[in-house]
Design a protein around this ligand. Structure first.
Ligand SMILES: [Zn+2]
Length: 382
C-alpha cells in the first residue's frame, strides 16, 4: 500500500487539473478522486451534496476510544475564478518551475487539502492508535461556506465531536490561533422621487445615504481592542442609487463588510448601528453573520500545538490570527466549540491572484507538520 501512495505534491497537481472554479464549483469529480484514495487507505468515506455536483466529503478513521476525540482537518475544493488578467502558465496544468507549483487553487487550498490527505494516508496505523482522524473536505467555501454549513447542519453526527480542528487555508505554514468574524449588511434609504428640475418636491435618498456614509467612514467600535486581533474593521463595499440624471432618487443602497474581533456581539453591534444611523436609515438587512474563531493562547491546546510545530519550523511561535474568515466559522461549533488552528502551505498573498502558486518545499513541510499533529493528537485537546 505505502508504495502506491501519491505524494502531496503529486496530489496537489491532480487536484489543480480538476476545474472547480466557483461559480459554478462542480467539486464532485475532485471529491470522488480523493474519496476513492481515502477509502482504499482504510477511511470510511461519505459524500454530501448541497446541490447537484456540489460535493463535500467526510472521511473518518477510527482511533482508540481512550485517546480522546478525533483530530479533524478541513480544506475546500472550490477556487475563485481566474480573473481578467491573462495567466502566463496554464492554470489547470499544475506545472512546476523554480520550486513553485502553479495553478488556480495551488495556494488556496488544494495544496493544503493534498498535504493533509497525504499525511492522513501515510499515518496509517499510527492514526488508529491515537484518537482517530476526521477529514472534512468541502465544496462552496469561496462563496460563503455553503458546503461547510451544509455539513454542520446535515452531518454533525459524522463530523464531531473533535479534539482539535486544523484548517488548511494558506498561512505559509505559520499556525494561526483563529480568525475574525464577519457581519455583512445591506442598508437602504428611501426618498420621494420628483422631476430633476423641481428637487424641492422630492426627498433625495442619495443625500440621506451620503449622511449614513459619513457616519460609517468615521465609525468607532465601542470595544476594547483584542490583544492579538486588534480592532474590528468596517468597509463599505458597494453603493448604488438613483435612476437617471434628471430625477430625484427615491432609493439608495450600500453593502457594509464588518470584520469583528473575538468577543464581539453581532446582535448588539447591529442594534447600535441601527440607532446611530437613524433617521436616514430605512432598512438594514443581514447578508452574512459568521462568528469569530479564537483559541486562547493560554489554553493547553495552543501550547501543545506550538510545542509540536516549533522543532519542525525552527522558530519560536507567537499567537497570531487571520483577518479573513474560513470554514471553521461554520464547523467549529458543530464540532463542539473545538480548539482551532489555521495552518496550510499556501502563500496567503497569492490566494485569489493571477499566476497563483505554492512552493513545493512548503507542501512537503506541511505534510511533516500535519504528521506531527497526528502523532500528538491525544495531547492537543482541551
Ligand atoms: Zn480558501
Amino acid at each position: 500500500m505505502a508504495g502506491s501512495l501519491p505524494t502531496a505534491v503529486e496530489l496537489t497537481r491532480r487536484l489543480i487539473r480538476f476545474n472547480t472554479i466557483n461559480p459554478p464549483g462542480a467539486e464532485e469529480a475532485a471529491a470522488h478522486h480523493l474519496g476513492e484514495l481515502l477509502a482504499a487507505g482504510g477511511f470510511a468515506v461519505s459524500y454530501h451534496e448541497f446541490a447537484p455536483q456540489r460535493t463535500s466529503l467526510i472521511a473518518r478513521r477510527a482511533g482508540s476510544d481512550e485517546a480522546g476525540a478525533p483530530l479533524c482537518f478541513t480544506g475546500h475544493l472550490d477556487t475563485v475564478p481566474l480573473g481578467a488578467a491573462p495567466w502566463s502558465v496554464d492554470p489547470f496544468a499544475g506545472e512546476i518551475a523554480d520550486g513553485k507549483l502553479f495553478g488556480r487553487g495551488a495556494s488556496d487550498t488544494k495544496s493544503g487539502v493534498a498535504a493533509f490527505v497525504a499525511a492522513a494516508l501515510q499515518a496509517g496505523k499510527e492514526a488508529a492508535r491515537g484518537p482517530g482522524l476526521v477529514l472534512a473536505i468541502t465544496a462552496g467555501e469561496e462563496t460563503g461556506c455553503q458546503g461547510a454549513f451544509h455539513l454542520a447542519q446535515s452531518a454533525a453526527g459524522l463530523l464531531g465531536p473533535a479534539g482539535l480542528l486544523v484548517v488548511a487555508e494558506p498561512t505559509s505554514n505559520y499556525p494561526l490561533l483563529g480568525h475574525k468574524g464577519a457581519l455583512w449588511l445591506h442598508a437602504l434609504s428611501r426618498g420621494v422621487t420628483a422631476h430633476g428640475s423641481m428637487p424641492e418636491r422630492g426627498v433625495n435618498a442619495v443625500y440621506k445615504m451620503a449622511r449614513i456614509l459619513a457616519k460609517l467612514e468615521s465609525w468607532r467600535f465601542p470595544e476594547t481592542p483584542h490583544p492579538v486581533m486588534g480592532r474590528s474593521t468596517l468597509n463599505v463595499g458597494t453603493v448604488a442609487g438613483g435612476m437617471n440624471i434628471n430625477s430625484v432618487p427615491d432609493r439608495a443602497e450600500i453593502t457594509i463588510d464588518i470584520r469583528t474581533i473575538a468577543g464581539s456581539d453581532h446582535a448588539r453591534l447591529r442594534a447600535l448601528l441601527t440607532a446611530q444611523l437613524a433617521p436616514e436609515l430605512d432598512e438594514l438587512e443581514t447578508v452574512l453573520d459568521l462568528g469569530s474563531v479564537w483559541t486562547d493562547p493560554g489554553r493547553g491546546a495552543s501550547s501543545e500545538i506550538f510545542a509540536a510545530l516549533e522543532p519542525l519550523l525552527k522558530e519560536r511561535l507567537e499567537p497570531r490570527a487571520a483577518p479573513y474568515f474560513t470554514d471553521a466559522a461554520a464547523l467549529h461549533l458543530a464540532l463542539g466549540g473545538v480548539p482551532t488552528v489555521i495552518l496550510g502551505p499556501g502563500e496567503p498573498d497569492l490566494a485569489h491572484q493571477t499566476g497563483e502558486f505554492c512552493r513545493v518545499a512548503k507542501i512537503e513541510q506541511a505534510v511533516e507538520l500535519y504528521r506531527a499533529l497526528i502523532r500528538r493528537a491525544g495531547a492537543l485537546q482541551g
